[in-house]
Design a protein around this ligand. Structure first.
Ligand code: UDP
Length: 489
């Protein structure tokens, strides 16, 4: 008997940081469990997560990063327009997806040349063209769905059953048929809500490839939402591999600190500041990698945090800067008045590291799934502040199902461009009230904290010895048992 060759996973993320980061975690996870990984990216996207890539290379020789140049000019996009952050208009996003689809041929050629042939493709839901690549190579394609199972099921039912077909108003509530319990959804608060030309076709292709996939891989854990994992699996008729929270596989400090991009803050200073704060006293405020906060909202957040009198660590990404001074616009005197109890990071924060610090006791989040799962794994109660995509569904899960959060009270979306998620402004008194309620000593706050801590334990157990751990192992075994085709030319 000789050793079986390592199964070779080809990972293809969608080109946004929130989609790339969990797949780099996935690369680490698969490599730790004995697989070989090729990670397909583009030069611009590789540069954005360069420190993460360098770290992965250092730690794991089984991970290889493969940058393929995107044919931007051929679809009428400026050169280097490879990440959704750079595209301003919705139809440019569609053009970008066309450019990605044109990687079919170079990717097939590249993969056919490899001395260790690929065993399977795991690609983002938004990269449906990879289904044809897998079929050309005669290997399975697993779809990575970066949503939780709750939102995945909603999305699937909404599209499959055309729930909004005859609903004229984006805010109108509709009962979601086929969901395991009563749930009302609206178009404006659901994912895939773009009216751009070509989106319908793209969306139909995603659905088709979701149904044809050999399985679905998700960054959640079974014990968090068993009802929805089971229902999604049953409805789609495919195995749903819950292998999260994947970021928990990063156990060393450097990998956790530089996850995604290089931090815009001196990490030592940031950690020392947190060290100087009381256990569980600091509120961490961040809206993910893409959302840009407009000045009117920055002002309300600042004054709301100030009025709450609680310590805060606030990550600001805003386009509202006077260009000549490069200084962020904040209310007059705010920084002086909150000196000592407030720390602002302008740009990229080492989020996973911050969330795991014992001084952090609450998280104001836009409910992106990665941030949500990081908050859950850190045992934090949350103030939910969804902006777009499936974030409103995640809010529903956090607040009403898991009962570890409270809603700040976002009403509706007024501007749904990809670049600036400008939502109706949340007022300072709403923010103050939510912070006091979340961080206070009332029974409700205590219960929320207790539940959040229980979920943290469940998350860690799932990842290190429980369901997610055995699912990764089974996934690798499943792919190995499918065999690597070398006969397809
Ligand atoms: N992130 C970070 N620092 C930041 C902003 C974001 O480390 O300043 C990470 C965060 O930990 C998460 C990801 O970027 O892993 C954001 O993904 P999420 O799904 O929360 O939101 P998105 O950015 O896709 O809206």
């Amino acid at each position: 008997l000789h050793d079986a060759p390592k199964p070779h996973f080809v990972l293809i993320p969608f080109m946004a940081q929130g989609h790339t980061i969990p797949m780099i975690d996935m690369a680490h996870l698969l490599a730790k469990h004995g697989a070989m990984v090729s990670f397909i990216t583009t030069p611009v996207n590789a540069a954005r997560v360069q420190s993460t890539i360098d770290r992965a290379r250092e730690l794991n020789t089984a991970i290889r990063f493969v940058p393929l140049r995107l044919p931007c000019a051929e679809v009428g996009l400026p050169d280097g327009c490879e990440n959704v952050d750079e595209v301003l208009e919705k139809d440019q996003v569609m053009k970008m997806t066309d450019a990605y689809a044109m990687l079919h041929e170079p990717l097939v050629l590249y993969l056919r040349e490899q001395s260790i042939p690929p065993s399977c493709i795991v690609s983002d839901l938004c990269q449906p063209w990879t289904g044809d690549v897998a079929r050309d190579l005669g290997i399975p394609r697993l779809m990575f769905n970066g949503f939780c199972a709750f939102a995945s099921l909603c999305r699937y039912l909404i599209h499959q059953d055309k729930v909004f077909e005859n609903v004229p108003d984006g805010d109108e509530l509709v009962i979601l048929p086929g969901f395991p319990h009563h749930l009302e959804v609206s178009k404006a608060r659901s994912p895939g809500n773009f009216n751009s030309p070509g989106f319908e076709k793209f969306s139909a292709k995603i659905l088709d490839e979701e149904q044809r996939a050999d399985g679905i891989v998700t960054n959640t854990f079974y014990e968090l939402e068993p009802l929805y994992v089971d229902a999604y699996e049953q409805r789609i008729g495919r195995r749903v591999w819950t292998i999260g929270p994947m970021f928990l596989c990063n156990t060393d400090r450097i990998t956790i600190a530089d996850r995604g991009a290089k931090a815009s803050v001196n990490q030592k200073h940031c950690m020392e500041w947190l060290d100087s704060m009381q256990n569980g006293s600091v509120l961490y405020v961040s809206f993910g990698s893409m959302a840009r906060t407009v000045f009117s909202q920055l002002e309300e957040i600042a004054l709301g945090l100030e009025a709450s009198k609680r310590p805060f660590l606030w990550v600001i990404k805003s386009d509202n800067k006077p260009s000549e001074t490069d200084k962020l616009l904040l209310p007059e005197g705010f920084e002086e008045r909150t000196r000592g109890r407030g720390l602002i990071i302008q740009g990229w924060a080492p989020q996973a590291l911050i969330l795991s610090h014992p001084s952090v006791g609450g998280f104001v989040t836009h409910c992106g799934w990665n941030s949500t799962v990081e908050g859950i794994s850190s045992g934090l109660p949350m103030i939910t502040w969804p902006h777009c995509a499936e974030q409103f569904l995640n809010e529903e899960l956090i607040v009403n199902v898991l009962k570890v959060g409270l809603a700040v009270g976002v009403k509706s979306i007024t501007n749904r461009t990809m670049k600036v998620h400008e939502i109706s402004v949340v007022k300072r008194n709403q923010i103050e009230r939510a912070v006091i309620e979340l961080m206070g000593e009332e029974t409700g706050a205590e219960e929320r904290r207790t539940r959040a801590k229980e979920l943290k334990e469940k998350a860690r157990k799932a990842m290190h010895e429980g369901s997610s751990y055995s699912n990764v192992k089974q996934l690798i075994e499943y792919i190995s048992s499918r065999g690597t085709r070398t006969d397809v030319q």
